[in-house]
Design a protein around this ligand. Structure first.
Ligand code: ADP
Ligand code: MG
Ligand code: ZN
Length: 498
């Protein structure tokens, strides 16, 4: 019997706010332990939480970006459990009335567009972090009370790769929207993976296995690549699966059981009596709507359609938003946007990343020599540092298009304009790079080349077409590279055939 996987993800994302969810403490990563804390986020008795409005807005914005509904009323509930990293002994979350629900995400997968439905996105709070030392343990509460959004998907994912692509698409959307920086290194995105298998063709869901607290997308993919065949094997051998929670051991590359359903928590949810239910008003929603952005996939598709770009170029501009905006500013005025894209991607981006890696090399070298890391490392260049105006790229592309300069001369012009900021036309004049398209002048070079090379001329006449390229090369040489090569070819051919 053939089995298929059914996967649903619960993705936790730290929101990009200045302060925490219920107090004014900084939402910051990397501060010394227990420095961003106060009586509220330490759960001391007698304090009251005040909801962070920006966090509510970012969650509503996420709803819009994920095509969700924003219900007229949301509320906060207490999820009760005891754990040392949670000072109040309950986590404030949204149980049955989340901020937003019923949406979907479209993303590229397997050469097409896949859709995963979004059950809900709700707002809650992060917990502290436990540290275990040789003789004792400690808790850092800096993270306790950081606004955390949980995005729950319907079980619409069917493979490890699809889950991986979904997570990347989700991350792109959240970064685009300014909802979260989604910095994985800083633990800003964590994910619970729910997976079951069922015989192909059946509708009923199998026993749900939850793999808790994954902190990298590639980890999610690897865990699923292990877990799906494991479940299939159990069933194929006539075994039974029961609903349970497992842990991913990244080093060993296996999942292992933590607890089964009999030991599931009863969180005794109830509405938080300290927090009013939240009803978004029209002006409030209008403000959220004004912050909605074009989605990454829509941007990519628009770049392909409006500028006739291949998918790979559009992908580059989707991933590098400032570069894409830079391109768009020029491409709008160009008749040949693909040529502009080539300059922006193959030349400009290459130069910028070159400066970046040179900066890094200088840093490591200084470090190795034991000198200060702060001296003499050339700062890496960004688009804002460019010496030339964006229109210069358009001008350069037009010079090539009009055959005023050859494509190899154009490379020279680009390098010069990158270094000096001079206009392409000025550089062409200064360096005498203009192609000779004057037929008379080229005729003269052709006559010279023919006269000086009787062998290749005879070859061509006896049918060796390749000899023409040799003669064309001679014309280019005689003209010091300035003859318009296409024109030179045409004239040579006419003369030899005539
Ligand atoms: P719980 O109430 O145990 O948290 P939910 O029904 O809320 O479970 O689902 C949590 C996540 O698990 C969702 O992403 C959902 O799509 C997914 N899920 C639910 N049932 C299954 C299943 N049988 N197989 C795979 N994923 C599932
Ligand atoms: Mg759930
Ligand atoms: Zn605080």
């Amino acid at each position: 019997m053939d089995y298929e996987a059914v996967i649903g993800l619960e993705t936790h994302v730290q929101l990009k706010t200045k302060s925490k969810m219920w107090c004014g403490c900084a939402n910051a990563f990397g501060s010394p332990p227990n420095t961003n804390v106060c009586p509220v986020c330490l759960g001391l008795p007698g304090v009251l939480p005040v909801a962070n409005e920006e966090a509510l807005k970012l969650t509503a914005l996420t709803g819009l970006l994920l095509n969700c509904r924003i219900p007229p009323r949301a509320k906060f509930d207490r999820k009760n459990y005891f754990y040392p990293d949670m000072p109040k002994n309950y986590q404030i979350t949204q149980y049955d009335q989340p901020s937003t629900a019923n949406g979907y995400v479209d993303f590229e997968f397997n050469g097409g567009i896949a859709r995963v439905r979004i059950t809900r996105a709700h707002l809650e709070e992060d917990v502290g972090k436990s540290f275990h030392f040789e003789r004792n343990s400690g808790v850092d509460f800096n993270r306790a009370g950081v606004p955390l959004m949980e995005i729950v998907s319907e079980p619409d994912l069917t493979s490890a790769d699809m889950a991986y692509e979904y997570l990347n698409a989700l991350k792109d959307i959240l970064v685009y929207g300014g909802v979260s920086d989604c910095d994985m290194e800083k633990g800003m995105v964590r994910c619970d993976v729910n997976v079951s298998v069922r015989p192909v063709g059946t509708r009923e869901l199998g026993a749900k296995i939850e793999i808790k607290n994954m902190n990298s997308f590639s980890g999610v993919r690897r865990a699923l690549e292990y877990e799906i065949p494991r479940q299939i094997e159990v069933l194929s051998k006539g075994g039974k699966l029961i609903q349970s929670t497992r842990r991913w051991d990244d080093a060993a590359g296996v999942t292992e059981e933590m607890r089964t359903k009999e030991h599931a928590h009863d969180y005794r949810y109830f509405p938080d009596p300290d927090l009013m239910p939240f009803a978004p008003t029209e002006p409030w929603l209008a403000d959220v709507k004004s912050r909605a952005v074009e989605l990454p996939l829509a941007r990519k598709q628009r770049f392909m359609k409006d500028y006739g770009l291949p998918a790979s170029d559009a992908e580059t501009f989707k991933n590098d938003v400032p570069l894409g905006n830079y391109f768009e500013g020029i491409a709008k005025q160009s008749k040949n946007p693909k040529a502009v894209a080539n300059w922006v991607i193959n030349n400009l981006r290459a130069k910028l990343s070159e400066s970046r890696s040179r900066g890094n090399e200088a840093l490591t070298e200084n470090g190795k020599n034991g000198q200060s890391l702060l001296t003499s490392a050339p700062a890496e260049l960004t688009l804002a540092d460019l010496k030339f105006k964006p229109e210069a790229i358009l001008e350069l592309a037009n010079l090539v298009e009009a055959r005023t300069i050859s494509s190899s001369a154009a490379q020279q012009v680009f390098a010069e304009m990158f270094d000096t900021g001079k206009s392409p036309t000025a550089i062409v004049q200064e360096k005498g790079l203009a192609q000779v398209s004057d037929t008379g002048a080229i005729e003269k070079f052709c006559d010279e080349a023919i006269a000086a090379n009787p062998g290749p001329v005879a070859d061509f006449k006896s049918g060796k077409v390749a000899a023409l390229n040799f003669l064309k090369g001679q014309v280019m040489k005689l003209s010091k590279g300035k003859a318009n090569p296409a024109l030179a070819g045409e004239i040579l051919e006419r003369k030899l055939k005539g």
